[in-house]
Design a protein around this ligand. Structure first.
Ligand SMILES: *[C@@H]1O[C@H](CO)[C@@H](O)[C@H](O)[C@H]1NC(C)=O
Ligand SMILES: *[C@@H]1O[C@H](CO)[C@@H](O)[C@H](O)[C@H]1NC(C)=O
Ligand SMILES: *[C@@H]1O[C@H](CO)[C@@H](O)[C@H](O)[C@H]1NC(C)=O
Ligand SMILES: *[C@@H]1O[C@H](CO)[C@@H](O)[C@H](O)[C@H]1NC(C)=O
Ligand SMILES: *[C@@H]1O[C@H](CO)[C@@H](O)[C@H](O)[C@H]1NC(C)=O
Length: 306
């Protein structure tokens, strides 16, 4: 029995066990409701410009990491809330130590009280074994890591899959191919660590040799470089920060009588449907292998929302 449990939790077995597994219907398809943006309309280079390749008139972008530099791009605007999505295809070679991130942050403007919402895809020495890590920080809550880690139920290097962040006053939802994998409610317990200030969207690829794969035991191997990640189907809609005005220009958190005016604060976005919730439970039951809420070695007193 013990041996069986060990085998089932071994990543190699996890891959064959999940191979060909079809998750249940996700309910609402959120991606595709909003326009796909061209790079020039919505994004600017963030770093490593020589490693950023705009393709098909900016409808998708390849960013790469070589031994000299990683690369990344960021949204032109900051948002108070919204829906942010990209179809990502990951590099298919040996990728231990490589990190591909799709995330939101405002550390550039609020270095000591920053907010952040992260998807981090962590490379692996077995080419298909990418791990998905999610995390969230609010108002500088960096002393409390709220990581959760998942195996993927598909080969992320074969084709593009959609990774989406829905963030509003009510909750933050991480979705993969429209299936929620994690929901963080804006509850009383989370209120001091809930992202609440305008954030930019970032897409990056970089060397995380010191931590990304087996806690840093497998560094990046540049014999396999360049590592190239593709980002397409870029969707970004929400309440844009107006730099010349201090007040949020959009209705927030049910204070408005006209929630219907803004789809990303509207009724379809403030809570998960039954179908979304059962899809989320299905994924978490099978593919989540780490949650900070279960890490008693790290938190002898678990964070209040756990
Ligand atoms: C290329 O994208 C720009 C906007 O970024 C648009 O104005 C232009 O029409 C596009 N060209 C083609 C051929 O699609
Ligand atoms: C862009 O990156 C993806 C993922 O690595 C790759 O499959 C594709 O061939 C790249 N496209 C170009 C034009 O380099
Ligand atoms: C978030 O809040 C909703 C509505 O109160 C609740 O049904 C759901 O279980 C909560 N989600 C989590 C992850 O606690
Ligand atoms: C955010 O942190 C700052 C500095 O620690 C504090 O003054 C402020 O009250 C906090 N805001 C919230 C909403 O907790
Ligand atoms: C930003 O705010 C200023 C001052 O309130 C206003 O004049 C301007 O029209 C706003 N810009 C946009 C794009 O909403």
């Amino acid at each position: 029995m013990w041996l069986l449990l060990v085998l089932l939790s071994w990543p190699g077995v996890a891959w064959s066990r999940r191979h060909g597994v079809e998750p249940p219907g996700a309910g609402a398809q959120i991606t595709g409701l909003f326009p796909h943006l061209a790079y020039e309309e919505a994004y600017v280079d963030f770093f490593g410009g020589a490693n950023i390749q705009k393709l098909k008139n900016g409808t998708y972008v390849n960013i790469s990491l070589n031994k000299y530099s990683g690369s990344g791009f960021m949204s032109r605007e900051k948002y108070y809330y919204g829906f942010f999505s990209a179809a990502i295809k990951l590099p298919s070679s040996y990728t231990a130590g490589v990190v591909v991130a799709f995330y939101m942050s405002n550390a550039d403007v609020f270095p000591h009280t920053h907010d952040e919402i992260d998807f981090e895809l962590l490379g692996h020495e077995k080419q298909k074994e990418w791990v998905l890590q999610t995390n969230i920080y609010g108002n500088g809550s960096v002393s409390t890591g709220r990581e959760e880690k998942f195996y993927l139920w598909f080969d992320p290097t074969e084709e593009s899959h959609e990774y989406s962040i829905l963030w509003n006053y009510h909750h933050t939802v991480f979705l993969v191919d429209n299936i929620p994998v994690r929901e963080v409610n804006h509850s009383d317990a989370m209120s001091r660590a809930y992202p609440s200030k305008p954030m930019s969207v970032y897409a990056t690829i970089w060397d995380g040799s010191d931590w990304a794969t087996h806690g840093g035991k497998k560094p990046a191997n540049y014999a396999y470089a360049p590592f190239v990640a593709s980002f397409g189907a870029l969707e970004m809609v929400g309440c844009m920060w107006n730099r010349t005005s201090s007040a949020p220009p959009c209705p927030r958190g049910g204070q408005s009588q006209r929630l219907d005016l803004d789809p990303v604060e509207g009724p379809d976005f403030v809570r998960l449907s039954e179908k979304q919730r059962s899809g989320m439970e299905w994924i978490r039951g099978r593919f989540m292998f780490y949650s900070y809420c279960r890490d008693r070695a790290r938190y002898s007193v678990l964070p209040p929302e756990c």
